[in-house]
Design a protein around this ligand. Structure first.
Ligand code: GRG
Length: 308
């Protein structure tokens, strides 16, 4: 009989443990391997933006999904989680560029183009994106070639049809009058720009644990998409309610850039309610598949309770 509840799980401890695992693995690759030495400017910029904190929530979701299913190929799963964090860190570097969101601060430090140069930031991001695929093909030992291809397909799909179009739409909406904003447009942008990579992180954990055609992956995907949108709703709320030090990035930035956000459109309370509803709906997807624990349920709770 399953007596475990979400509150039985010490999620803070789990997050810290998994974050250390990912951080140490990334350090082992990028600080020790002498592939990453010359030109110094490039690899220093990569290390600066990759090994500088970050909650590692996407990598953790990949690990936790595998752990909740068959917990297979754990070392390879860690490599894939690190590849996902490379892609995420790359997207943050490009997002901070003057031609994009133009932010001087990231993870509590000057953003990559401020600490290095704009061209180095662009190129470090380019290297990170390609290195993610290199790691998946070269540094995994046990998963099959089909699994590698399915993971690469899922990730490349998430940039081409998710993050990049989402960013284009987001930039196009910035500065438009509030009257022209609607909830469907905002949800679509969040789904593409933010939820796609979160969803794909869950899917990658599923591909490692299950047969790639397993229908359970569809429910995991729906779970990932819902918590991914909730993640962006909370991001928008925190932008208004938190401070720069806690966030590690400039607070109230959305307001300064006249961005369409959930709090602008719905107010804080309704935005919180929407995030809660998304998390509740995400858990319903999990109820449709047998899982070893309530870990993913707890991670869904964390998405809305986080403070940064
Ligand atoms: C991936 C090819 C490719 C292109 C990227 C720039 C761009 C295209 C997309 C922007 C995507 C983006 C930055 C979305 C915002 C998502 C978001 C809320 C990020 C903050 O994530 P956290 O809080 O950050 O997990 P940490 O620092 O904890 O890792």
């Amino acid at each position: 009989m399953l007596t475990q509840t979400e509150s039985n799980i010490d999620i803070e401890n789990y997050l810290n443990k998994q974050k250390s695992l990912i951080d140490n693995h990334l350090k082992n690759i990028f600080e020790k391997d002498n592939l990453y030495t010359q030109p110094k400017e490039l690899w220093n910029a990569l290390r600066y933006s990759l090994l500088n904190g970050g909650k590692r929530i996407r990598g953790i979701l990949c690990l936790a999904t595998n752990e909740s299913l068959n917990n297979k190929y754990i070392d390879d799963c860690l490599t894939v989680a690190c590849a996902i964090e490379l892609i995420h860190a790359m997207s943050l570097i490009h997002d901070d560029l003057p031609s994009m969101d133009n932010d001087d601060l990231r993870r509590g430090k000057p953003s990559c183009h401020k600490a290095f140069s704009e061209s180095t930031a662009i190129l470090a991001g380019d290297a990170m994106l390609s290195l993610a695929f290199y790691l998946i093909t070269e540094n995994t030992k046990e998963i099959s070639s089909i699994q590698k291809l399915e993971i690469i397909k899922a990730l490349s799909n998430s940039f081409s049809f998710g993050l990049v179009p989402g960013q284009i739409l987001d930039l196009a909406e910035s500065g438009k009058s509030i009257q022209s904003c609607d909830l469907n447009t905002l949800k679509n942008i969040s789904k593409l720009k933010t939820a796609e990579l979160i969803k794909t992180s869950v899917i990658c954990g599923g591909i490692i644990s299950l047969n790639t055609e397993d229908l359970r992956i569809n429910h995991l995907s729906a779970f990932g998409e819902k918590i991914g949108i909730a993640f962006q709703v909370v991001d928008d709320i925190l932008d208004v309610t938190s401070d720069t030090k806690t966030l590690g990035k400039t607070s109230r930035k959305d307001e300064k850039q006249k961005k369409m956000t959930y709090p602008v459109l719905l107010g804080i309370e309704k935005s919180k309610q929407m995030a809660q509803e998304l998390v509740t709906a995400s858990k319903s997807e999990l109820e449709k598949i047998p899982l070893k624990s309530r870990l993913l349920h707890s991670l869904a709770n964390y998405i809305i309770n986080r403070i940064n």
